[in-house]
Design a protein around this ligand. Structure first.
Ligand code: B1M
Length: 212
């Protein structure tokens, strides 16, 4: 088995320490950073993402796999700039104002990172103006809003309105999600994309960053 397959398989099993050791070995063997990232870490995370989508694995497995991914990626990050590895896009994500639920938001973030996106995490209780300010200042292509309460999902409409007022609506897409959010709601408030789970959210964000 190649070391990259070994990284992918251990990541899928959530073996963070082993993944970190294998990534270090791969670096020491001179394997290009891009290959370690794409054929090792991202390949493993992509398998987990598909399984999660199909209900073959659940939240705990995704969290441990994502932890393994982060441990491996931490060794690659300093080398990526040197190797000229570009993120496939940049997004910001947060749970909307008044809402403190972050388990789903964190999963979405991890899946997005697993797809090679750069993710600015704004945390929870995020006011609309913070999303807009961050997208403008940090050049995010997509604003991602999560809400778990029927009483807070309305904040997403305010994010759309403020993006229009700030003049960024034509080049920054807005994604929404969370248990009470639906596709109908997304269309009603004028957002660009609703996805029901973390794996499809990551796929959609990559597509939006590519301008699809
Ligand atoms: Co809260 N809570 N909670 N809670 N809580 C719910 C959401 C609730 C449905 C429970 C219930 O009554 N049955 C209910 C909401 C009712 C409603 O509005 N319809 C509720 C309530 C009422 C409250 C409080 C008001 C309770 C109180 O204090 N009286 C309070 C509110 C606090 C606040 O936010 N201001 C509260 C507090 C809490 C805790 C702090 C105790 C804790 C949160 C801990 C944390 O997140 N760090 C908590 C929890 C854990 C839950 C439940 C049990 C689980 C939520 C969760 O993490 N699910 C929840 C009941 C339930 O859902 N069974 C409940 C797992 C997570 C992986 O799923 O977040 O849906 P989820 O994310 C999914 C998708 O939705 C999607 O992808 C994720 C993974 O596939 N997704 C996106 C999420 N964001 C996305 C963004 C996208 C795309 C997809 O694009 C941008």
């Amino acid at each position: 088995m190649s070391i990259l397959t070994d990284i992918s398989e251990n990541l899928q099993r959530g073996k963070a320490k082993i993944v970190k050791e294998l990534v270090q070995q791969a670096i020491d063997q001179g394997i290009p950073v891009r290959e370690i990232l794409e054929d090792g870490l991202l390949a493993g995370m992509s398998v987990i993402g598909e399984k999660f989508k199909n209900n073959e694995v659940f939240v705990p497995e995704v969290l441990v796999a994502a932890r393994a991914m982060n441990m491996g990626a931490s060794l690659l990050k300093p080398l990526m700039a040197e190797a000229g590895v570009q993120a496939s896009g940049k997004v910001c994500i947060g749970t909307v104002k008044g809402d403190l639920h972050d388990i789903g938001k964190n999963l979405v973030k991890m899946m997005m990172e697993g797809k090679g996106l750069e993710v600015v995490d704004l945390g929870t209780d995020v006011p609309p103006e913070k999303y807009i300010e961050t997208a403008k200042e940090q050049g995010c292509q997509v604003i991602c809003c999560s809400a778990l309460l029927t009483t807070t999902m309305g904040v997403m409409e305010e994010v759309v309105k403020q993006a229009e007022t700030a003049g960024i609506r034509d080049h920054v897409k807005i994604m929404v999600g969370g248990a009470p959010v639906t596709d109908t709601f997304c269309k009603q408030i004028g957002a660009d994309c609703y996805t029901p789970d973390a794996a499809t959210a990551a796929d959609a964000a990559v597509a939006l960053c590519k301008g699809a």
